[in-house]
Design a protein around this ligand. Structure first.
Ligand SMILES: NC(=O)c1ccc[n+]([C@@H]2O[C@H](COP(=O)([O-])OP(=O)(O)OC[C@H]3O[C@@H](n4cnc5c(N)ncnc54)[C@H](O)[C@@H]3O)[C@@H](O)[C@H]2O)c1
Length: 316
């Protein structure tokens, strides 16, 4: 991995729901961020939103007794709002694009960036579903990639990173390095898929929820409560595949014939890697008893955090 020093300047294009919060991540890390938007009103709101976000972070630090981080004023000093993208583009080493989810809007920004930024500057798009590698044109496609943040970016650790067929490994490595250096937990995907990982799983859950409601089995409020008091506690600790390891992969395979199993499951079951109980499944385990105890301690910690912060009630 490229461990080059942090850039002194980052450019975020689009200061709306995602852009202001992405800019905040870099400002909090002491990196100057040019925050560009065509709408001056959005920029004013963005600065107010960053200040409000930081004040919530301060409140959390205060109530948990955590060491206070730098002051709101100090963070805001690193945020440089501008409506003139072309005047700041030349200084950028990294550009995080967060404009409207439209090919035309993104292509217009890329055209301007290609005209004004050094060709080594990485262009990282926050698109949710657009295949920009297929649908947009750049004269330096090796520097285009997706860095898909999960809302709200200043809080959620995940950033899904993926390149296209022409993206350079160096651009990916530099982006991962930068994201890690500002405290994020990037995952590099092997190929672009609309919705990336987390949103695709969320969408599958939303489809199942829709079916349940259509069937008349339960209400939206009941689904939210059921998820928060069960899956919500589990997924943050073990994810999906480690959860299966705890269930036992033979149980998951059930009475399906080997050829009916997905290959990733079949390859485990055939060699007897059945999860925690055999010491190996999708992950490795030293001892089933220790794994169960570590899992339960983590569940109890998450449960405690959820109970004390919301007691599973809707946020108002
Ligand atoms: N909202 C989410 O939860 C979320 C999550 C992940 C990814 N995304 C993706 O992030 C991107 C931005 O989404 P959003 O929700 O922040 O949108 P938004 O509408 O809140 O903000 C987009 C901003 O881009 C600005 N803009 C448009 N064209 C511009 C240009 N040429 N130059 C500079 N600024 C320009 C607009 O004025 C607007 O303020 C989209 O691609 C979206 O799919 C959104």
């Amino acid at each position: 991995m490229d461990t080059a020093k942090q850039p002194s300047r980052v450019l975020v294009v689009g200061a709306g729901t995602m852009g202001h919060s992405i800019a905040q991540v870099f400002a909090q890390a002491g990196i100057t961020v040019d925050l560009a938007d065509t709408n001056a009103g959005v920029l004013e709101t963005a600065v107010r939103r960053i200040a409000a976000n930081l004040s919530t972070v301060k409140e959390a630090e205060h109530s948990s007794g955590a060491e206070p981080t730098t002051s709101i004023e100090n963070v805001l000093r690193f945020v440089k709002p501008t409506t003139d993208l072309s005047s700041v583009a030349a200084e950028a080493e990294f550009i995080f694009e967060a404009v409207y989810e439209s090919l035309e809007a993104k292509q217009a920004v890329f055209d301007l960036l290609e005209e004004h930024t050094p060709k080594e500057a990485v262009i990282a798009s926050n698109t949710s579903v657009l295949d920009l590698f297929e649908e947009t044109k750049l004269s330096h496609p090796e520097r285009l990639l997706c860095a898909h943040w999960f809302a709200p970016p200043h809080i959620v650790p995940l950033v899904e990173v993926v390149g296209g067929p022409e993206t350079s490994a160096k651009a990916i490595d530099r982006t991962v390095s930068l994201l890690e250096s500002v405290g994020k937990r990037p995952v590099v995907m092997r190929k672009f898929v609309p919705g990336f990982i987390a949103n695709r799983i969320m969408m599958a859950m939303a489809d199942a929820a829709e079916e349940l409601i259509d069937s008349g089995a339960c209400t939206p409020a009941e689904i939210d409560f059921a998820i928060k008091t069960s899956v919500g506690v589990r997924l943050g600790v073990v994810g999906i595949f480690q959860s299966l390891d705890f269930n036992g992969l033979d149980l998951i395979a059930g009475d399906r014939l080997p050829e009916e199993l997905p290959s990733y499951l079949r390859s485990k079951v055939e060699v007897g890697d059945l999860g925690v109980k055999t010491g190996r499944g999708f992950h490795e385990y030293k001892s089933p008893a220790e794994a169960l105890s570590s899992r339960d301690l983590a569940y109890l910690a998450v449960l405690h955090a959820l109970e004390t912060s919301t007691d599973f009630a809707p946020i108002h």
